[in-house]
Every structure is written in structure tokens, then in C-alpha cells.
Design a protein around this ligand. Structure first.
Ligand SMILES: Cc1ncc(COP(=O)(O)O)c(C=O)c1O
Length: 378
């Protein structure tokens, strides 16, 4: 079990498992405790975290603080908009296309996994979604090189999924869009890997992996994206709740937002700021994933899913060479206090998610367990 370094009230920390779940995922324990303290009384307002008006000054201060921290940690340019929306990344598959495309227009998509596939399906309801590169035949094991796809002459933007949560692959750098605007689904690596926000026009991410709980979606928009949305608003094409301009004009408070989720996001970004900012999180995630990949590469017992050049630092996926051993691995791991390791059904096998909240001690415990497992079963 995960040992807590600081002294804590009995029961807190001691019974927490090493959590490798893909999301909702582990949060830093200090964040969980900050949330616990705010539940009965948020920032000494006398109102509990889940009991306070989103129109109160106390809650407005939380929204402002979260937005300021995000701007600082991710170096979001001043003229970019930050939104906290609901509906998950799945709603953004549709909402981005609805706001950015006009009737008859098209966008390009790089298909690197099931989430990209879903983004394509939703965008196709709005306009023409061109699938310009797909790795589906190869079991989604890799990410394309820049000379492997061609941007369509008439496309308005390029969409990619920066990290493929199920497959364990990740873009290692910004894809070349031939100068066209770029939209990214960064749900499973936002604030965990380097990102040049200014090179993107829409960034969206469900919070429940690297940033906080489920139910709140971070959306970052460039002036270009907002201008496109405005043209669609003025043409009467956007339902109110799916209109970026409405949410922007109301500072993410058009209707009742996920107040709990926004508070947790503020705590997570505070924790990031106190722990070396984005650079600190990049360094920790590299160290964690290197440790695990080293073990995977050290024995024929493990068969990593992703091709080496496309490996993710956030979700590490592998099979046992003898697939019959996988259920035993998962059972023994659970008994050893290592949870959430079952691979997604589309890939099978084992997956360890190493998001920001996952401490290196958890990865060390996993690697130690894997070495012992090898000895016992080879
Ligand atoms: C890369 C990616 N995109 C989209 C989604 C869907 O997110 P949501 O459940 O927030 O709609 C997920 C969920 O795991 C994901 O990993």
C-alpha cells in the first residue's frame, strides 16, 4: 500500500492503493485533503464547497484563481480564452467542429486510436471530416511522421489526439499542419508533457486524468477559434449551450458550472505550481515512464504494445508473452496493493497510467512487483 510521508489522521493515506487507473485517476493526496477540508467550509466563507453559489464572490475567486494558474503553468497567451465546460471531451468532438466549421467546410483528422475515431464521427455530423492518416490496420501502435500524411488543400483545421489513452501511444511533437489552425484532444496528457499552447487554436481535455475529477472539461481557444465561433453565432447556427462565444462572454458561468470540479482543478494547478510547474511535471513523468519501460524492455516476458518511437509517458500498455499469465498478474498485483492495471478491452493485457497524481513511489512498487513476478513465473 502507498505509504504516506507526512503524519496523517488514522486511516488517511494508509489504505490508499497504488492507483494506475486510466481515469478518473489518482490525485495528489495533499489535493484530496485540501478538498476534504473545503467540503464543510470553503475558504472560510462558512459555505461548504458543494453548497455555495457559483455567483458568490468566494466562488468567483476560485474561478479566477484556477484560470490564472492555468495561464501561468501552461503559458497560455493573454489573448487566448480559458473555459470550464461540461459534457467531457466527447462533447468537444462535436462542439469544436460546430463552432469552427461553416456549412460545406472540411477539416483534417489524424486517426491514432479510438478517441480520434470518435472525434471524426462527430465532426462528420457537422461538415466533412477527412481521415488523412490512420493506424487502425496496425492496431494503433504508432504515430505518423510528418511525411506520412498530406494536409487537404481545402481543410479549415487539423485535429489530432496528443495521447492515446487506450493504446499507449503519444505524439512526440506538434504535427505539421502546413500552417493551418490546429485542434488537439489533450485529455490524457495535458499538463503532463510539453505543449506550445500558442501553436494551437483549440485545446480540450476532460479533467479526470491529469487535472482533477470528471465532469469538468478544460477548453482553451485562440482568437481565431473565437472569431470563427462568432461568425457561426451570428449566423444563428449554434445552440446556446454549444456556443463558445456565450461561455466566453459569461466567463464559464453562463449556467451552473461544475463548481466542485473547478475547485479541484484550482488545487491541482496550485500543487503543480508548488512542485516545479510544467517543467517539474514533465521531469517526473519522464522518470516514471523510463523506469517502467526499462523493465518492459529487460525481459521477453513482456510485450509492449506501442512502437518504441511512439511510446506514451502517460499510459504504458503491454501484454504478457504468455497471455494466460495476464489474469494472474492482475490478481497478484491487486493483492500487492497495485490497482487499476487492467488494459482496455480493445487492447487487452495490462496498462499502467502514470498521470501527474501518480507518485514515482507507485511506479517503483510496480517495477519491484514485476521483477518478482518474472522470477516466480518464468
Ligand atoms: C484521449 C481521450 N479523449 C476523449 C476521451 C473521452 O473523454 P470524456 O469521457 O471526458 O468524454 C477520453 C477518455 O478516456 C480520452 O482518453
Amino acid at each position: 500500500m502507498l505509504k504516506d510521508r507526512k503524519a496523517r489522521p488514522e486511516g488517511v493515506g494508509e489504505s490508499r492503493i497504488h492507483n494506475f487507473g486510466a481515469g478518473p485517476a489518482v490525485l495528489p493526496l495533499s489535493v484530496v485533503e485540501e478538498v476534504q477540508a473545503a467540503l464543510p467550509n470553503l475558504h472560510n466563507s462558512g459555505f461548504g464547497l458543494c453548497e455555495i453559489s457559483h455567483r458568490s464572490d468566494t466562488f468567483q475567486a476560485v474561478v479566477d484563481s484556477a484560470m490564472d494558474r492555468i495561464r501561468r503553468v501552461l503559458s497560455v497567451p493573454d489573448d487566448y480564452t480559458i473555459l470550464f465546460l461540461q459534457g467531457g471531451a466527447s462533447l468537444q468532438f462535436y462542439m469544436t467542429a460546430l463552432n469552427l466549421l461553416k456549412p460545406g467546410e472540411q477539416a483534417d483528422f489524424i486517426e491514432t486510436g479510438i478517441w480520434s475515431k470518435k472525434a471524426i464521427a462527430e465532426a462528420n455530423r457537422v461538415g466533412q471530416a477527412n481521415n488523412i492518416w490512420s493506424d487502425s490496420e496496425n492496431g494503433f501502435r504508432c504515430i505518423p511522421g510528418e511525411d506520412e500524411y498530406a494536409i487537404s488543400e481545402d481543410s479549415i483545421y487539423l485535429h489530432y489526439t496528443s495521447n492515446n489513452t487506450l493504446m499507449g501511444t503519444q505524439h512526440q511533437h506538434l504535427p505539421d499542419s502546413g500552417g493551418k489552425p490546429i485542434v488537439v484532444d489533450a485529455s490524457s496528457d495535458i499538463a503532463g508533457v510539453p505543449i506550445d499552447v500558442s501553436a494551437h487554436d483549440v485545446i480540450y481535455a476532460g479533467a479526470q486524468k491529469n487535472l482533477g475529477p470528471s465532469g469538468v472539461t478544460l477548453v482553451i481557444l485562440s482568437p481565431w477559434a473565437l472569431a470563427r465561433a462568432k461568425e457561426n453565432t451570428e449566423a444563428g447556427r449554434l445552440p446556446t449551450m454549444l456556443d463558445y462565444t456565450i461561455h466566453t462572454s459569461k466567463g464559464s458561468l453562463f449556467n451552473t458550472p461544475n463548481t466542485f470540479g473547478i475547485f479541484v482543478l484550482d488545487c491541482v494547478f496550485k500543487w503543480l505550481e508548488e512542485n516545479g510547474g510544467l517543467a517539474g511535471s514533465i521531469e517526473r513523468n519522464r522518470a516514471k515512464s523510463s523506469l517502467l519501460y526499462e523493465e518492459l524492455d529487460s525481459s521477453d516476458m513482456w510485450v509492449p504494445h506501442a512502437e518504441k518511437s511512439s511510446r506514451s509517458v502517460m499510459n504504458v500498455t503491454w501484454r504478457c508473452a504468455n497471455e494466460d499469465l495476464e489474469s494472474i498478474f492482475l490478481e497478484e498485483a491487486q493483492a500487492a496493493g497495485l490497482g487499476g492495471l487492467k488494459g482496455h478491452r480493445s487492447v487487452g493485457g495490462i496498462r499502467a497510467s502514470l498521470y501527474n497524481g501518480c507518485p514515482i513511489e507507485s511506479v517503483e512498487a510496480l517495477v519491484e512487483f514485476m521483477r518478482g513476478f518474472r522470477e516466480r513465473h518464468s
